[in-house]
Write a protein that binds this ligand. Structure first.
Ligand code: BV8
Ligand code: ZN
Length: 256
């Protein structure tokens, strides 16, 4: 894959690079994206219908089973070359990662994450009293086609545990949002990697960066609403594009 010298120069001279990532950055680790069709028990749902407090209240076992299946996929997954290239790019420049993902694959690739805008799969809490807790050790084993799993009970009030993620209709964690806004204020190069840019308010971030004068680069094999404002559209899977960009930037630097 070739990259314009303009892009490589911007990457070399950027003072603060933001990686704004979505489900697509974990796709090559085998983690289904939100837009991927669901199978088995959950096939009749759109992910956005299950990722709500109402869906959990209506059928806690259906929703908890879905999240345990997703947690199993994450525990069985490894960071892919996209996660590793982002970690490597942070070695000699200021990088902030703002992710919409609820997995920990950036961290397992060695990155520090500035903001998890939509929470964490690994931090369940009580649906009723909010008491945070931990998952038991080991990997859950729900059937691949989906299984209802009764959520464990809160040790304090007996309420059902819920995933520590931000559901549709819920506000984003204030501290993560503020951290993302603070990073955005000094970002001069933003990579939007693997997101359909369809969930608000996170989807506003690349547009805000562009309007502040940042260079915006999109990495996605598909077109998205971001195509219109991105300065560069790198059309391909992140697990191929980002390592190639890292290699090209190192070649350019050594050629000087
Ligand atoms: C809120 C956690 C205040 C759960 C998720 C305007 C303003 C404010 C709110 C709204 C608004 N308009 C509408 C809303 C409501 C709603 C919303 O945005 N709805 C959408 C459906 C229209 N927003 C909210 O409710 C938010 N809350 O605003 O609070 C408030 C409070 C009360 C009332 C009103 C407002 C909360 C949203 C958070 C939802 N939780 N996740 C969980 O994980 O289960 S969002 C979920 O979908 C993901 O976390 C992700 O962030 C999001 C989008 O998914 P993507 O990451 O983009 O993944 P997707 O599958 O969509 O796309 C993957 C992309 O990757 C594709 O483009 C594909 O081409 C690409 N790809 C595939 N393979 C690769 C690849 N790219 C690169 N390489 C590859 N190999
Ligand atoms: Zn409780």
């Amino acid at each position: 894959m070739d990259f314009s010298d303009d892009l490589l120069a911007r990457l070399e001279h950027a003072r603060h690079v933001m990686f704004f990532t979505g489900a697509g950055v974990s796709a090559e680790s085998g983690i289904p994206t939100f837009r991927d069709a669901m199978h088995g028990l959950w096939a009749r749902f759109d992910a956005t219908e299950l990722a709500t407090p109402e869906a959990f209240a209506r059928d806690p076992a259906l929703v908890w089973g879905w999240y345990e299946w997703r947690r199993m996929k994450v525990l069985q997954a490894q960071p892919n070359p996209a996660h590793r290239a982002i970690a490597a790019l942070a070695a000699d420049r200021r990088v902030s990662i703002v992710t919409q993902n609820v997995d920990d694959l950036h961290e397992r690739a060695g990155s520090t994450v500035c903001a998890h805008l939509h929470g964490h799969l690994s931090r369940p809490r009580c649906f009723d009293c909010g008491l945070p807790t931990r998952h038991p050790a080991g990997t859950p084993t729900p059937a691949d086609g989906g299984a209802r799993m009764t959520p464990p009970s809160c040790r304090k009030c007996g309420g059902p545990l819920r995933p520590g993620v931000v559901w549709f209709g819920e506000t984003l964690p204030e501290s993560d949002w503020q951290a993302a806004m603070a990073a955005l204020a000094s970002t001069d190069l933003l990579f939007s990697v693997g997101t359909s840019s369809m969930v608000w308010p996170a989807a506003e971030i690349p547009g805000w960066a562009s309007r502040r004068g940042s260079c915006v680069v999109q990495v996605n094999p598909q077109t998205t609403a971001l195509d219109e404002i991105a300065d560069f559209n790198l059309r391909g899977p992140a697990g191929q594009v980002l390592p190639a960009l890292l290699a090209a930037s190192e070649r350019r630097r050594h050629a000087r």
